[in-house]
Ligand binder design. Structure first.
Ligand code: NAD
Length: 495
C-alpha cells in the first residue's frame, strides 16, 4: 500500500460497533411503542439479530398524525427560502452520516456495501437537494380573465402526508416522497417497511438535528397493521405509496372508506427488454444482466422479460449467461463486486419456487442455486430461464428476485404485442441501431419509462411511475410536487 492509499474500511468491525435504535420518531423525539411490543430485526446479510423494532399501534399512528397536523401550518407558513435551507441542512447531515447509513442499509436488507455507499446514499442526498432547491422556484399562474378581475392560481400544500415505502431501496424511495412533500410545505408521517426501518429512523433523527421543527417529519414503525392505520386515518390528506399492486388495491379501498385521501401509488412491474437483431449485442447483453439482476433483481422496474429477435437469440443468450456471472452473490460487507443477499430466507424460498416452475416448464440455462454465505441462506445465483410459453406466469407475474426469462420474437409487431401483454406498465427497454424503429417501438410500448439502448434509465430530473396496474402519480422530477399540492384559485374582482 502506498502512503497516500487508505486501508480498506473494515465494515464488519464497524457493524459490530453499531447499536441501531428501533423506536419510532414522533413529534421530534424517539418514543417506545404503546403497549411496549417489539419485533426482532434479523439481518439477511449474516442471519444475526441487529435491533428490536417497535410495533406501532393505532394509538401511536394517531399521535404521529396529530404531531404532523400541529406542526404543518407553521412549516407551510415559513418563507420558501427557509424551508429550502432546512432541507439543504438535512441533505448535508445525510451526507456527513452516509457511511453509517449505508452500513445500516446493508445490514438491514443485505445489499452490497459498495452499492449502498456509492449509489443509494448519494441518491438520497441528491433527492433532498433537488427538492430543497425546488422549494423557492415554483411560480403560480395568472390566467386570462375578464376586464376588472385578476385570478391567481397557486399551488397549496395539502396538509399531512403519509408515506408508506417498501424494503428494496429503503432510504432512496423514502426520500422520493419525503423531500417533495416537505419542500411543498406538508408535514409527513413516514412508515418504512418492517424489514428495513433503520435508516428511515435515522433520517428523522438527522432532520431534528438539522433544525426541522418537531412533528414535521415523523416515522412510525411496524408492518401492515401500522400502514393500514395510516391508510384508514381520517386526518391524513395524502397517502404516497410504493409497494405491491395488491397492497395498492387495499389502499384505494381504504381511501374510499375513510376521507377520500389523495393517493399516489407506485406499484409492481414486469418490464420487458426488447433486443432487435441489429443491436449492439455485447452492450445489450451486459446491460440486460444489469437490468434483470442488479439489486438481487428486487427492483420494481427490473427488466426480467428479455425478448430477443430470433436470428440473434443464440448469440445473445450465450452473452447474457456470461454477463450474469457478475451478479453471483458475495458477502455484502466484503466490498467485493457481486450481488448481496435477498431480503430474507423466506423470500428466497419463494423466488426458488419460481425458478423450479421455470425449470419444470422450460429450461434453466444457468444459475438458480442457493448459496450459503456468512451464516445466511438468503443468497441466490442469478437464474436465466428459456423455453417457456409466452403466457407462462414467469412472463406475466412479478418475481422480485434474480430471475430472467428469455423469449424469441420474429417481427416488430410481435415484440410490441409480447411486451405489452401484462397487467403492468412501469418500464421497458429496447435495443436497436435503427433510429426510426426505436422511435416507432418506443411510442407503442405502454410503460412509464422506455429506455432505448440502455436499461432502467432513471434520474432525479425525470418522472418515474407506471401505467396500468403499476399505479399512478409520479415520483421524481418537478412533477412529483403535484402529488403533494393542490391548485387554488384566488379571484380578485376589482373593476
Ligand atoms: P408490500 O406492498 O408488501 O409492502 C410495501 C409497504 O406497504 C410496506 O411498508 C408494508 O409494511 C406496507 N403494507 C403492507 N400491507 C399493507 C396494508 N394492508 N396497508 C398498509 N400498508 C401495508 O411490498 P413489498 O413486498 O415491501 O415490496 C415489493 C413490491 O414493491 C413489489 O411489488 C415491487 O414492484 C414494488 N415496488 C414498486 C416500486 C415503484 O416505484 N413502482 C418501487 C419499489 C418496489
Amino acid at each position: 500500500m502506498s502512503r497516500t492509499e487508505q486501508p480498506p474500511t473494515d465494515w464488519r468491525r464497524r457493524a459490530a460497533d453499531l447499536a441501531p435504535d428501533g423506536r419510532a420518531h414522533i413529534g421530534g423525539r424517539r418514543r417506545d411503542p404503546e403497549g411496549d411490543r417489539w419485533e426482532p430485526v434479523t439481518s439477511p446479510a449474516h442471519g444475526g439479530r441487529i435491533a428490536e423494532l417497535g410495533a406501532c399501534t393505532t394509538a401511536d399512528v394517531d399521535r404521529a398524525v396529530a404531531a404532523a397536523r400541529r406542526a404543518q401550518p407553521a412549516w407551510a407558513a415559513l418563507p420558501d427560502q427557509e424551508r429550502k435551507e432546512a432541507l439543504l441542512r438535512l441533505a448535508d447531515a445525510l451526507e456527513r452520516n452516509a457511511e453509517e447509513l449505508a452500513l445500516l442499509e446493508t445490514l438491514d436488507i443485505g445489499k452490497p456495501i459498495g452499492q449502498t455507499t456509492a449509489v443509494d446514499l448519494p441518491g438520497a442526498v441528491a433527492t433532498f437537494r433537488f427538492y430543497a432547491e425546488a422549494a423557492d422556484k415554483r411560480a403560480g399562474e395568472l390566467p386570462s380573465t375578464p376586464p376588472g378581475a385578476t385570478a391567481m392560481v397557486t399551488r397549496e400544500p395539502l396538509g399531512v402526508v403519509a408515506a408508506i415505502v417498501p424494503w428494496n431501496y429503503p432510504l432512496e424511495i423514502a426520500s422520493w416522497k419525503v423531500a417533495p412533500a416537505l419542500a411543498s410545505g406538508n408535514a409527513v408521517v413516514l412508515k418504512p417497511a418492517e424489514q428495513s426501518s433503520l435508516t428511515a429512523l435515522r433520517l428523522a433523527d438527522l432532520a431534528a438535528e438539522a433544525g426541522l421543527p418537531d412533528g414535521v417529519l415523523n416515522v412510525v414503525t411496524g408492518g401492515a397493521p401500522t400502514g393500514a392505520a395510516l391508510a384508514a386515518h381520517m386526518d391524513v390528506d395524502v397517502l404516497a405509496f410504493t409497494g405491491s399492486t395488491e397492497t395498492a388495491r387495499g389502499l384505494l379501498a381504504a381511501s374510499g372508506r375513510s376521507n377520500l385521501k389523495r393517493l399516489a401509488l407506485e406499484a409492481g412491474g414486469k418490464s420487458a427488454n426488447l433486443v432487435f437483431a441489429d443491436a449492439d449485442l455485447a452492450a445489450a447483453a451486459e446491460k440486460a444482466a444489469f437490468g434483470a439482476f442488479y439489486n438481487q433483481g428486487q427492483v420494481c422496474s427490473a427488466n426480467s422479460r428479455i425478448l430477443v429477435q430470433r436470428p440473434v437469440l443464440e448469440e445473445f443468450t450465450a452473452a447474457l449467461v456470461k454477463a450474469a456471472a457478475a451478479y453471483r452473490p458475495v458477502d455484502p460487507l466484503s466490498g467485493a463486486a457481486g450481488n448481496g443477499s435477498l431480503i430474507s430466507a423466506a423470500h428466497t424460498d419463494a423466488v426458488q419456487g419460481w425458478i423450479g416452475r421455470g425449470e419444470a416448464d422450460g429450461e434453466l440455462l444457468d444459475g438458480g442455486r442457493r448459496v450459503e454465505i456468512t451464516g445466511s441462506d438468503a443468497y441466490l445465483e442469478p437464474a436465466v430461464i428459456a423455453g417457456l410459453d409466452a403466457g407462462h406466469p414467469l412472463h406475466t407475474e412479478e418475481v422480485f428476485g434474480p430471475v430472467a426469462v428469455v423469449h424469441p420474437f420474429d417481427t416488430e409487431d410481435e415484440a410490441v404485442h409480447l411486451a405489452n401483454a401484462t397487467r403492468y406498465g412501469l418500464a421497458a427497454s429496447l435495443w436497436t441501431e435503427d433510429l426510426r424503429r426505436a422511435q416507432r417501438t418506443a411510442a407503442r410500448l405502454v410503460a412509464g419509462t422506455v429506455s432505448v439502448n440502455t436499461v432502467d434509465a432513471l434520474s432525479t430530473t425525470t418522472p418515474f411511475g407506471g401505467f396500468k396496474q403499476s399505479g399512478f402519480g409520479r415520483d421524481l422530477s418537478l412533477h412529483a410536487l403535484d402529488n403533494y399540492t393542490a391548485l387554488k384559485t384566488t379571484w380578485l374582482q376589482w373593476g
